[in-house]
Design a protein around this ligand. Structure first.
Ligand SMILES: Nc1ncnc2c1ncn2[C@@H]1O[C@H](COP(=O)(O)OP(=O)(O)OP(=O)(O)O)[C@@H](O)[C@H]1O
Ligand SMILES: [Mg+2]
Length: 393
């Protein structure tokens, strides 16, 4: 009899304003493998700031990415999707112990932390630590209106939503070995010992939105919005150099923050943006040190999201923050052959010589680059890992 090896795990679907990303994983002889992977750019206006504006077009795009992924084949109608990061909320709070039921106390506390009325949100919570007189509780919240929009969308796409997640939960699951059930560092499900593992800052630099999350001892602590986005950077280059959006996008990817490319023209244009980013990260680190001192210092900053590919950003941040900063590894919790997937993730970018006004001084001939786009898939891989990790528990 022919036994199919097709995965029955839910698809991870990252729905962003300007792109859809899809990953389906499978477990084969105990190893987590990528069965399908794809990315589809969305025209502007279909989703705006996380709100669905043109559902028919979005449905078409979802059907297309599922029917014909760039790699492999999709074999499930179940989906784990994420809610738009800018619309959701996740934070570790402390609640005083009292004779009242914890659920009632949290209901009362949540409004102090979430900038929305209690009857307008769905929320969830989990006790992280039982301290003498209080509990540390991780709370997550999202506007009902957005959750309902995304649930209906998946329904109309004939998909069955296994879960809608808050995005940082997904990218932590993708990037941190601590999140894996078989992690050697901290046992999943057990109370992680504060100070036992590393403390991380993770910065997701997207096309529209960037956020930094703080993570320690198996929990997210808080998230902060950052003043940088891929689209903003491209627009700035376009404005200063009077290039088209397409040329500016390529100039950004090819030159990045590299002084040797195009005489450092792009780096110079982005100087102020990078300085603002550094300032905001320093403020976030100071907040962490103020409120979470007993967890010890942040040991590492990981960069993810497509914008993390901007060349030299890791080095500049590392120097300015005096911290280890590195591009994250989207395959941390997947047992794939990196060389094989380097080919799948490879993207080539080249800039036509017409746009070489950019480099009037050097007259560089070959403005082109090949880059590994795996960090763009961190959220989608994290979403796809959910089903596998639950299964392993
Ligand atoms: N080498 C590079 N240098 C700078 N930016 C890059 C590079 N490669 C990709 N990007 C940028 O990454 C962005 C896309 O990243 P990503 O796919 O993570 O965004 P997104 O998830 O669609 O957006 P968001 O999360 O904000 O909704 C684009 O703005 C793109 O220009
Ligand atoms: Mg994103």
């Amino acid at each position: 009899m022919f036994l199919s090896n097709n995965s029955t795990y839910p698809i991870g679907l990252d729905i962003s304003d300007l792109s859809l990303k899809l990953v389906q994983l499978n477990k084969i002889r105990g190893k987590i493998k990528i069965q399908a992977l794809s990315k589809l750019n969305l025209p502007r206006g279909i989703i705006s700031n996380g709100e669905i504006k043109n559902k028919p077009e979005l449905l078409k795009a979802i059907k297309k990415i599922i029917a014909a992924p760039l790699y492999g084949k999709v074999s499930s109608e179940e989906v784990v999707a994420c809610l738009p990061e800018s619309k959701t909320f996740i934070k570790l709070i402390e609640v005083q112990k009292s004779p009242n039921a914890l659920a009632d106390i949290i209901g009362g506390e949540i409004e102090k932390h979430v900038p929305m009325a209690l009857d307008e949100i769905y929320y969830d919570w989990q006790v992280i630590e039982d301290l003498t007189d209080k509990f540390s509780v991780l709370i997550g919240a999202a506007p009902k209106e957005i959750v309902n929009q995304y649930t209906l969308l998946l329904d109309e796409a004939k998909l069955s939503p296994a879960a809608l997640e808050i995005e940082p939960v997904a990218f932590c699951r993708c990037l941190l070995n601590e999140e894996a059930p078989n992690s050697k560092q901290i046992t999943f499900g057990a109370k992680a010992k504060i100070g036992a593992g590393l403390n991380y800052g993770i910065i997701d630099i997207g096309a529209n939105h960037t956020c930094m999350i703080f993570y320690s001892a198996n929990t997210i602590l808080f998230t902060v919005s950052m003043p940088i986005s891929g689209e903003e950077i491209t627009a700035k280059i376009s404005e200063v150099l009077k290039l088209t959006a397409e040329q500016s996008e390529k100039a950004k990817i090819i030159c990045g923050l590299n002084e040797d490319k195009a005489s450092g023209v792009i780096k110079e244009i982005l100087d102020g943006t990078v300085k603002n980013l550094i300032q905001k990260i320093k403020e976030a680190l100071a907040f962490y040190e103020n409120y979470f001192a007993r967890r010890g210092p942040i040991n590492k900053i990981l960069l993810c999201g497509g914008g993390a590919n901007i060349s030299n950003l890791d080095k500049i941040l590392s120097r300015e923050l005096a911290l280890e900063v590195s591009l994250s590894d989207a395959l941390t919790n997947v047992n794939e052959d990196k060389d094989k997937f380097n080919r799948v993730f490879l993207e080539k970018h080249s800039l036509s010589l017409k746009a070489a006004e950019l480099d009037a001084k050097n007259k560089e001939k070959n403005l082109s680059i090949e880059q590994n786009s795996s960090v763009t898939f961190t959220t989608a891989i994290g979403l796809a890992l959910r089903g596998i990790f639950i299964d392993e528990l």
